[in-house]
Design a protein around this ligand. Sequence first.
Ligand SMILES: Cc1cc2nc3c(=O)[nH]c(=O)nc-3n(C[C@H](O)[C@H](O)[C@H](O)COP(=O)(O)OP(=O)(O)OC[C@H]3O[C@@H](n4cnc5c(N)ncnc54)[C@H](O)[C@@H]3O)c2cc1C
Length: 342
Amino acid sequence: MAKDIFVYIDHFQGEALPASWEAVGAARSLAESLGGDVAAILVGENVGDLAEQAIQYGADKALHVEDASLADFRPEPFSSIVAKIASDADVLLMPTSGRTRELAAMVGVDLDTGVIPDVIEMDTADGAIMAIRPIYAGKLLSKVTIPVNRPQILTLRSRAFPKPEPDSNRSGAVEGVEVEIEQPVTEVTGYGETEAGVSLSDAAVIVSGGRGTANNPDLEPPADITDEKEQEIWRAQQGFKLIGELADVLGGAVGASRAAVDAGYIPYSHQVGQTGKVVSPDLYIAAGISGAIQHLAGMRTAKTIVAINKDPDAPIFKLARFGVVGDLFDVLPPLTEELKNR
Ligand SMILES: Cc1cc2nc3c(=O)[nH]c(=O)nc-3n(C[C@H](O)[C@H](O)[C@H](O)COP(=O)(O)OP(=O)(O)OC[C@H]3O[C@@H](n4cnc5c(N)ncnc54)[C@H](O)[C@@H]3O)c2cc1C
């Protein structure tokens, strides 16, 4: 029997996460093997344009719920709307993001079903879906087979599935849906850098720095910085400047280890790892990062890993495809210069 495959289009103030379109592409592949239509769900204020884009990326129809009270994401009203629209869905896909972690769980409760989070591969066999997801901080891959006989919710890791090319000639039904909207009990008063800055999850290239960024005793802090901790932070900032320059040349984003974040070298929004962002870039360059298991949990699915570390025994070299044993302050400037010249 043909299956109804729904995709929740996650967006930040009307701008879709690229992973939302990757999820539409994945839904299209499921529809091809299971049969059925792909329906995109959009919730927000002025999301009509996104609904049109969903059709271009491969949805057969796009259902949008619009209201001024939905301008900002809040889990309670969004989950009750998505659960109402997707109550007859066989499969509901979402990109994995901070928002959908809450949303998927709450919709799962409303629809009395489970959630398979952070899927990196998906296939079908005999009408069932097989999903692969990392477990135990990425040390193992778990294969889950689910019969599609009740709503199944899966969230898909960003950049794990190909993003389809939009086709402006594609047509489909765009329908406004009227549903009762719960008034949110919370108020959004503003956004910090975490939400508005470069998205690590979508970056094809990430250059990350760790505690090693502060380790350059030859750098003399300005005379007015006398406190030892502040001197350390100042040194790390010089290290992160080199990291930022390399990231700029490669059109990438800047990541960091938790040690760097905890020490105040760089804001938390840059943290990669088990308790930070989970990323899958094409290229991940780790400079001055030892390669603790909690860091690896966030980047081990990167396609190519390059490590720069003074210590030849640093665990990061076990995972890296290319390794440079050296001081990041010596290695990064000529590397950036060489790439600039190319
Ligand atoms: C529950 C829990 C959750 C955690 N979550 C995370 C997480 O999400 N992300 C994360 O990153 N960590 C996380 N951690 C912390 C993790 O265990 C490590 O402490 C942390 O990753 C270490 O960061 P680091 O590699 O920058 O520092 P270090 O381990 O101190 O390594 C610094 C490295 O820099 C090298 N180095 C020093 N100077 C230079 C130089 N000049 N040039 C080149 N190399 C140099 C050293 O050889 C060393 O290998 C978590 C820990 C716990 C307990």
